[in-house]
Design a protein around this ligand. Structure first.
Ligand SMILES: NC(=O)c1ccc[n+]([C@@H]2O[C@H](COP(=O)([O-])OP(=O)(O)OC[C@H]3O[C@@H](n4cnc5c(N)ncnc54)[C@H](OP(=O)(O)O)[C@@H]3O)[C@@H](O)[C@H]2O)c1
Length: 239
């Protein structure tokens, strides 16, 4: 069984490496997904049975400020992987990590069948990445929302942005679960409780201070990123 994980040094990738210890996890330098030739050679040589595609430009502000890089990484990078799979081994199982941000965030608790409406460029590129993955015969799109289980990287966290958050380690286990169950199509891997970002931050950083969207200036944010699922179970965030 030959497995490739992209984005292996990221927050989720670090946990995926533990869940799939036999996987190949090339660094950004070893496999640059924006380099079509590099991707084609790597996929052709690797002959992978499973690809988990977690590499992306993931922060909202950099995606807005450098749309060219966001597009080439999140859309063309995904297309390069999809094209290489279609050329080499069509029945490779392809797992694409997408985001709750594909939805508008006005009401929350979006299901797999809800209609996406991205609020910012990051979310748009992730949604178009989903369209690319749709061209494959064997794919799984995982929409989720998580953070690494570590100290909150900012002094304050939003009390008025919400999600059914998990830690990256919970999502990684969830991906293994849905993979083993041989699910395909789009699946939401979600926590069993809708909480604010502030409540999430408090779990690892008790001294965190509250903020609201009024304290923020920058690109449009998805306010309620909570997800529901009609296809899979919900997970309890690991405390
Ligand atoms: N974190 C969230 O809140 C969240 C929520 C829902 C979905 N997601 C999705 O989940 C996935 C993983 O997110 P994450 O938070 O773990 O991301 P992350 O910590 O920002 O890591 C992203 C990874 O992608 C790599 N990468 C970037 N450009 C690349 C390129 N051109 N070629 C190869 N690798 C490249 C980065 O490598 P370098 O650092 O070396 O550049 C890094 O290892 C992403 O697809 C993201 O959209 C994230």
């Amino acid at each position: 069984m030959s497995i490739l994980i992209t984005g292996g040094n990221g927050a989720l990738g670090t946990e995926l490496k533990k869940t799939f210890p036999d996987a190949l996890t090339p660094s950004h330098q070893e496999l640059d997904i924006t380099n079509k030739k590099n991707v084609k050679e790597y996929i052709t040589k690797g002959d992978f049975d499973l690809i988990i595609h977690a590499a992306a430009l993931t922060h909202i502000r950099p995606c807005e400020e450098n749309k060219t890089l966001a597009w080439s990484t999140n859309v063309e990078g995904t297309k390069n992987l999809v094209d290489a799979v279609l050329d080499k081994k069509k029945n490779t199982k392809f797992i694409y990590i997408s985001t709750a941000c594909v939805f508008d965030g006005h009401i929350g608790m979006y299901k797999e069948s809800s209609i996406p409406y991205p609020e910012n460029f990051y979310a748009l590129t992730k949604l178009i990445g989903e369209f690319e993955v749709n061209r494959l015969p064997e794919y799984l799109i995982i929409r989720t929302n998580f953070v690494g289980k570590k100290k909150w990287p900012y002094p304050r966290a939003f009390v008025d942005r919400f999600g059914t958050y998990l830690f990256a380690q919970d999502v990684s286990r969830g991906i293994m679960d849905v993979y083993k169950e041989n699910l395909s199509g789009c699946v939401h891997i979600v926590g069993d409780k809708k909480i604010s970002m502030f409540e999430l931050a408090k779990l690892t950083t008790p001294e965190i201070q509250p903020m609201t969207i009024k304290d923020y200036t920058g690109p449009r944010l998805t306010m309620d990123m909570s997800l529901d699922t009609e296809r899979w179970k919900k997970y309890h965030i690991s405390e």
